[in-house]
Design a protein around this ligand. Structure first.
Ligand code: GLN
Ligand code: ZN
Length: 769
């Protein structure tokens, strides 16, 4: 095909669309089903209605080929486990009794059985359910759901492309089932899995699929030669099938690297590649392998995981280059639009001029259609759109919001000294010991106490105008007094105010910082029926006023024990927000850090002896490619140090991280130069303490001895046993006693009992030292 005829054939498509519906109807229906207020028939009808509405919306906007199978009641990786019959033994009974209830049992567990483990989908905030496989796993094809959804779309007269998790990614995301040797590699099951995919592909072909998309995002991570060989074998075998649809192998979130030549050579009919962010490197790499002669290329030029409008001129230039590299070039989102909210026009609180810079799923769809039209019919046909796009980009680039001279000057003037504490750690530790006068094995908590219905009601009353700020503040102060009184009585050493004023650990700060936008309807699926509204880092960041000082100082005024101030760190602020795409992440992090540094200074000046800066996201935003990690950790740790280094040696800086698996970032944790770190450890039986000790981590550590993810109350004996385990790795002078994480999702009854036991455990172990 010539460039010109390739261009003329250009079509618009997307990899997937948000599932929830405009008013989160899916969440309501699924939760209603769990509660028993919605029956299975009604739930299925709601789901089918949402799918139909999405496809119609896509088709009406001009999308030529709509995705199917991107919908899910809970998670598409779980759907894949069902599709290949990988039902763990403990869930089989529930699945046999009732497929839908069994499905939810795998997702959420029941009184009798634990759910599948949940973990992050690559470097996004979406969570999938981890398949559990072992040498005895028998795969069986169950294409019913995929086929049914395809038929629904076909019945609407649409061209539809089923989207499946590819076999290699599915296996690479799996873990050994309980009882299976931990070094078992699920990828060794590939030959057993491929015939099941072959069967599903044949069923989809019979149901009317011309193309099927197989998602292989695991190939954008560093893969071993053996894994790349397995990939080549998988697609050689699937390609060799006779009764199959055309295959489109998709990758996203980063560049393909060594996997690109493997897929380019595979006997499949098309590849879908991401050309945004770090994946932009796919462009040169594609040219270097000689393009995709004879193949279809689906070009992800519209970022599917950020909320900024596209740069049409830039995308058209990329698409123009791609025309010379494939037989046919289609325009798409870089990944499923699952990761962005639905519709910008639902936002009422954002300045309309700024709204023009934003594109959610619906607007991204329109961008894709415009670009495909420009490619197919010539840019003259989209002249008006191009002009408007240029104007919107110019308005963003020139706006006062994105160019605050004071913020920029301050960020430029940052020196190494700003990221260095005045004294080295050993000196600080001595000063802090003298200043705080804490016992050995000091006890503390991670910050939040239960978020009660009364607190939520108070916030709702304030929003609705039923109470004024004074009335609201009084309720918060009353809660703080109660939280403090409990901690004093329980005998905790370093107290917290309990974070009752926070709606969320990022949004609370975002709402108070200039340059940050909060959305009203910007819901994005985090897992199952849980949706979050990430705020938007839109402009240069500054802090008009102190954000937490009022509550911390109030707390300190009603107790004689030290109160710990509580902030969310810059890396986590970025990780759980939509970030700017018009400057390096490190620049945005530095601006946030400087705003937080002022908050830290104000807390210290107000007499706060201990300040905790939470960074639970430090590990999770680690870049997918190892070669990108050093640069990330550089700005990430620098921004933490800028936040925390302005204080006196005697002021103790804590940090907190959730999640196990710290082994590969121990150096980065040390580079934070915090005085104390608290970590999740109860479930992994203090494994992190061992890891930190093995790596020679020289600071104070609080590995969690109370697993807050479970309503279970740990006994004092149990907590003491964990503490003794911790003491094998960390000397008593450096060991803290605390829960795994904040207590906001727990009930007061369990929290009271658990913390009392935790204090008792600390006392008991202290007595033996
Ligand atoms: N300080 C926060 C809290 O206790 C920390 C939350 C977190 O680590 N995710 O809620
Ligand atoms: Zn935590």
């Amino acid at each position: 095909m010539t460039d010109k005829s390739a261009a003329a054939a250009a079509r618009a498509t997307v990899h997937g669309y948000p599932r929830q519906g405009l008013n989160r109807e899916l969440k309501k229906a699924v939760e209603g089903y769990w509660k028993g207020t919605v029956d299975a028939g009604a739930l299925r009808a709601t789901a089918a209605g949402l799918r139909r509405a999405n496809w119609r919306r896509l088709a009406d906007a001009g999308i030529h080929e709509v995705p199917t199978g991107d919908f899910s009641f809970y998670d598409h990786v779980l759907d894949t486990s069902v599709m290949v019959g990988a039902i763990p033994a403990r869930h089989r009974e529930a699945v046999t009794a009732d497929a839908l209830d069994g499905y939810f049992a795998m997702a959420r567990g029941t009184q009798q059985v634990a759910p599948l483990e949940m973990t992050k989908w690559f470097d996004t905030n979406y969570h999938y359910l981890v398949p559990e496989l072992g040498p005895d796993t028998v795969f069986t094809a169950d294409s019913a759901e995929q086929v049914a959804q395809l038929r629904e779309a076909v019945a609407l007269g649409l061209t539809a492309r089923p989207v499946l998790v590819g076999p290699v990614t599915y296996l690479l995301l799996a873990k050994p089932a309980p009882g299976v040797a931990p070094d078992f590699e699920p990828l060794t099951l590939l030959d057993r899995l491929l015939p099941v995919y072959a069967e599903v592909l044949a069923d989809l072909r019979a149901a009317g699929a011309d193309w099927v998309q197989l998602d292989e995002p695991a190939l954008v991570e560093d893969r071993t030669p053996a894994e790349l060989n397995a990939t080549a074998r998988a697609y050689r075998d699937l390609g060799a099938l006779t009764d199959r649809p055309k295959l489109l192998v998709a990758s996203y979130f980063d560049r393909l690297g060594k996997a690109l030549p493997v897929l380019a050579k595979a006997p499949v009919e098309g590849l879908a590649l991401d050309f945004t962010g770090p994946a932009a490197a796919n462009l040169d790499a594609l040219a270097a392998v000689g393009g995709l002669p004879g193949k279809r290329l689906v070009a992800g030029v519209v970022n599917g995981r950020n909320i900024w409008i596209n740069d049409f001129a830039k995308s058209l230039s990329v698409l123009g280059t791609l025309l010379g590299l494939a037989d046919r070039v289609d325009v798409s989102s870089s990944c499923s639009l699952l990761h962005v909210p639905l519709d910008v026009t639902a936002e009422r609180d954002i300045d309309p001029r700024i709204l023009r810079w934003l594109a959610f799923a619906r607007q991204k769809t329109e961008e894709i259609v415009t670009l495909a039209r420009g490619l197919a019919q010539g840019t003259d046909t989209i002249a008006a759109e191009l002009a408007a796009n240029r104007a919107d980009l110019a308005s963003r680039a020139g706006s006062a919001l994105t160019n605050d001279p004071a913020v920029r000057a301050r960020a430029t003037a940052v020196t190494d000294a700003d990221g260095r504490r005045a004294a080295p750690y050993p000196e600080r530790a001595a000063a802090q010991r003298a200043h705080l006068g804490l016992p050995l094995l000091p006890t503390t908590t991670i910050g939040s106490f239960p978020q009660t219905n009364e607190l939520r009601a108070a916030r709702a009353d304030l929003r609705a105008g039923r109470i004024g700020t004074t009335g609201y503040d009084e309720r918060i102060e009353a809660e703080i007094r109660e939280v403090l009184a409990f901690q004093e009585k329980a005998g905790i050493d370093v107290l917290v105010h309990g974070e009752p004023e926070r709606n969320d650990m990022v949004q609370y700060f975002a709402e108070q910082l200039t340059g940050y936008l909060a959305t009203r309807q910007g819901w994005v699926q985090s897992y199952g029926t849980r949706y979050v509204r990430p705020p938007i880092l839109a402009g240069d960041i500054s802090r008009p006023e102190p954000m937490t000082v009022r509550w911390t100082t109030y707390a300190q005024s009603v107790t004689d024990r030290p109160v710990k101030g509580m902030l969310t760190g810059p890396v986590t602020m970025l990780a759980w927000s939509f970030v700017r795409d018009d400057q390096p992440l490190g620049d945005t992090a530095r601006q946030v850090a400087l705003a937080l540094r002022d908050e830290v200074a104000d807390l210290e000046a107000a007499g706060t002896p201990v300040i905790q800066v939470d960074e639970p996201a430090l590990r999770e935003t680690l870049p997918l490619r190892a070669e990108d990690r050093a640069a990330y950790l550089d700005w990430a740790t620098e921004s933490f140090r800028i936040t925390t280094s302005g204080v006196r040696p005697a002021t103790q800086i804590h940090t907190h991280m959730c999640y196990a698996e710290f082994g590969d970032i121990v150096q980065a944790i040390e580079d934070l130069d915090a005085d104390v770190i608290s970590l999740e450890a109860a479930r992994s039986h203090m494994q992190v303490a061992d890891e930190l000790a093995a790596a020679g981590y020289p600071r104070e550590v609080g590995p969690g001895v109370y697993d807050i993810h479970s309503p279970r109350v740990p006994s004092a004996q149990e907590a003491a046993a964990l503490l003794r385990k911790g003491l094998e790795a960390v000397p008593a002078e450096r060991l803290w006693v605390n829960p795994d994480c904040g207590l906001k999702t727990r009930g007061w009854t369990e929290v009271r009992a658990s913390l009392e036991n935790l204090v008792e455990a600390a006392r008991e172990v202290r007595g033996t030292l």
